[in-house]
Design a protein around this ligand. Structure first.
Ligand code: AMP
Ligand code: MG
Length: 430
């Protein structure tokens, strides 16, 4: 059997993340499909969406009130004659085309402001008697009106390729008449869990066996990142069958493995991949949990649908990326978030974005040994300017129950030994 790769490829969190981001910037999906707007949530846009007309298409009143010429309200109190009413929708045929000095239109929110008018006075600042309205306050030109094209000019770019479609992007697409959108085809992400002790959820279970939970957490995370999970059978800690299943996984666009990447005698994932002449970018990161995380690339045996951008090599030789995530369930979830997610997002066509952190005040002092960047299960609470965060007591990286009581990961920088209560500290919301 080939020697496993050297264990000196252990990078700092920042360096490991940079390596992943660098590779992620070089992959992209190649195919797209058209989906109905209602089925586009969470998908990645494969076409630019532009404004089909000015937005708003006419100067729009933002208030219920009176459309006026600001000049007419210079001498107060001012009285103007009401010459009509404009509501949202088509202008009444009988409405005068233009506002002249001394005149006003009653106008509703969302209605087109008539020619001649340059401001809208809120109804609250007026008093009306029959056809006359009295104004007690001046107004600046432009107030309570959104000018035609102020939000977007006709033809301008509203949503770029690579945008993840959320409610506002979908609303924007609807507002410019796009009932169907071109989105990238989801990358297929193989999930291979390893370990002699691991059994299926439904199986009869022995006293020392462990139910497979990682395939399920990963399937959820893969979907959230924009991929389609492809679950493989559980691999035993035996090199031949493990290799068969790894080769099967490499038929897909990316392979995620869990377990078998630590230093134990039966941790065979790296050995088998080394035998297959895989290239390793790192075989560990100075983090907790998840230190033994592996990232690399190998040659594909099959014909995945996704290609490296610009690659003209035949399909058989296209490289396939893989992650070996540690088997402890919290490590699996955390290392997915930190490293696998950006790669899957890139394969799904999403534009790159940095890992986002929130900040909150630490509730109780933390003491740790420096040297690792830690991402520990924690609870973010409080509200408004009073966000607080505290660690969830846990039994280490196998403790799924503690992770599920948490709502974020608290980040401890690798050079900190003691963090006093009250200090602002970074958290990754999850
Ligand atoms: P390993 O990384 O293979 O050394 O596994 C570390 C720990 O995670 C062991 O306690 C395993 O039993 C556990 N583990 C590995 N894979 C899974 C899985 N798919 N679901 C739940 N626990 C797992
Ligand atoms: Mg194992």
């Amino acid at each position: 059997m080939a020697a496993p790769p050297t264990h000196s490829l252990v990078l700092s969190f920042e360096a490991a993340r940079r390596v992943v981001e660098d590779h992620a910037s070089r992959v992209s999906p190649t195919s797209h499909e058209t989906v109905a707007l209602l089925h586009s949530a969470g998908r990645i846009l494969a076409e630019p969406v532009t404004a089909d007309r000015d937005i708003p298409p006419f100067p729009r009143s933002t208030r219920d009130g009176y459309a006026v010429r600001a000049d007419d309200l210079k001498n107060l109190p001012a009285q103007l004659k009401v010459i009509g009413e404009i509501k949202a929708g088509p202008l009444p045929a009988a409405a005068p085309p233009k506002l002249n000095p001394g005149e006003t239109f009653s106008i509703m929110t969302g209605a087109p402001v008539p020619h001649g008018a340059d401001a809208v006075v809120m109804i609250e600042y007026t008093s009306r008697q029959n056809e006359r309205v009295e104004f007690a306050k001046e107004i600046a030109p432009g107030e309570n009106i959104v000018a035609q094209g102020a939000e977007a000019k006709r033809g301008s770019l509203l949503l770029d390729r690579g945008t993840r479609l959320n409610e506002s992007a979908i609303a924007l697409a609807a507002s410019v008449g796009k009932s169907r959108l071109q989105v990238f085809v989801r990358p297929r992400i193989a999930i291979l869990t390893t370990g002699d002790e691991i059994v299926d959820v439904d199986a009869e279970i022995g006293p020392t066996q462990i139910r497979n939970s990682n395939s399920y957490s990963l399937a959820v995370q893969v979907q959230q990142a924009g991929g389609e999970p492809v679950l493989l059978p559980i691999a035993p800690d035996e090199p031949r069958r493990l290799r068969e299943l790894i080769e099967q996984g490499l038929q897909e666009d990316l392979l995620l493995m869990t377990g078998g990447v630590s230093m134990g005698r039966y941790d065979l994932v790296e050995q088998v991949l080394a035998e297959m002449h895989a290239e390793f970018f790192f075989t560990g990161a100075k983090i907790q949990p998840g230190r033994p995380v592996v990232f690399g690339r190998t040659r594909s045996r099959g014909s995945g649908r996704l290609a490296r951008s610009g690659a003209s090599a035949p399909l058989e030789s296209l490289p396939k990326y893989f992650f070996g995530l540690p088997g402890n369930p919290v490590s699996t979830m955390v290392t997915f978030e930190l490293f696998a997610r950006p790669m899957i997002e890139a394969l799904s066509g999403m534009s790159p974005h940095p890992l986002l952190f929130l900040h909150a005040r630490l509730k109780s002092e933390i003491r740790v040994k420096p040297g690792l960047t830690r991402f520990l299960p924690a609870i973010l609470s409080g509200q408004y300017e009073d966000s607080q965060v505290e660690l969830v007591p846990w039994q280490g990286s196998g403790d799924i129950a503690a992770r599920s009581r948490s709502n974020c990961l608290l980040v401890i920088p690798s050079d900190r030994e003691q963090i006093p209560a009250g200090e602002w500290i970074a958290v990754v919301p999850r």
